[in-house]
Design a protein around this ligand. Structure first.
Ligand SMILES: Nc1ncnc2c1ncn2[C@@H]1O[C@H](COP(=O)(O)OP(=O)(O)OP(=O)(O)O)[C@@H](O)[C@H]1O
Ligand SMILES: [Mg+2]
Length: 246
């Protein structure tokens, strides 16, 4: 089963008399274990697409399924449940609460999950360990570097053990070294723990670190790169009968 499936999804916004087509007939899917970058110029629809994937907004046309369920058929409470059980979110500006420590920030999404105190503590410690910040549990955001803050945000996204982590330009506030380190951390979580990521980026320097790239142009999607079958070794005939489908 796909985690997320778009069939001819269109999103229009009305700005006074002007209609903006932010997404135009997009077909797309996310499988468990995927690691997908959405790229494209400013205004091409990346944020719109992530908001739709995260059920923060709904399509004007077309069909969208999450975990096999048609999203437009769900009631508001069912949608709330789906959001809090399915997604972890990472934001461009980290969105950490300044007066809370790293571990308190990471614990926040668990409030909706009714876990015992001990379970909460364990989950938070596990998430901070996964991003290499266990020693910084008691630090507030202003006592951390930009790269560390974004790692706290990754831990906060991980702590609910979501099906899918969504991130809108998660590296935009980071310098190059920290941006690449963040993508490497996401890749490591993807490879070792099977965490699925869909994130947007403008930054070409990051894309060489990504397996599957889809590109938006004026709200239309094209696939730039799909995961390849293992490269043929010398002397082996390339497999031509295999086709990766979107
Ligand atoms: N709430 C809204 N109301 C009206 N128009 C909107 C709204 N949100 C987005 N748009 C329009 O939809 C189009 C796509 O915007 P979107 O924010 O998805 O682009 P983006 O690829 O994320 O751009 P950026 O790289 O600058 O973040 C733009 O033309 C934008 O003006
Ligand atoms: Mg955007």
């Amino acid at each position: 089963m796909y985690l997320v499936e778009f069939a001819s999804v269109t999103k229009r916004y009305q700005l006074g008399d002007v209609e903006v087509v932010a997404l135009d007939g997009v077909d797309f899917h996310v499988q468990p274990g995927d690691f997908v970058a959405i790229t494209g110029p400013s205004g091409s629809g990346k944020t719109t697409m992530l908001n739709l994937i995260g059920c923060l907004d709904s399509p004007s046309d077309g069909e969208m399924r999450v975990m096999g369920k048609a999203v437009n058929a769900l009631s508001e409470p069912a949608l709330d449940q789906l959001r809090s059980r399915t997604y972890g979110m990472i934001f461009q500006n980290f969105n950490l609460i300044p007066v809370l420590t790293a571990e308190e920030n990471v614990a926040l999404p668990l409030h909706l999950h009714a876990l015992s105190r001990q379970e909460t503590r364990q989950r938070v410690a596990e998430a901070l360990r996964a991003v290499g910040l266990e020693r910084f549990a008691g630090f507030r955001p202003d006592q951390l570097s930009g790269g560390q803050r974004q790692r706290v945000a990754v831990a906060r996204a991980l702590v609910t053990r979501p099906q899918l982590i969504l991130a809108d330009e998660p590296t935009a506030s980071l310098d190059t070294a920290n941006a690449i380190a963040l993508v490497e951390l996401m890749k490591q979580l993807n490879a070792e723990q099977g965490v699925t990521f869909v994130f947007s980026t403008h930054d070409d320097r990051l894309l060489q670190h990504v397996r599957r790239i889809v590109e938006l142009r004026d709200g239309k999607l094209s696939v730039t790169r799909e995961p390849q079958a293992a490269a043929p070794r010398d002397g082996l005939v390339p497999q031509t009968d295999r086709q990766e489908v979107m």
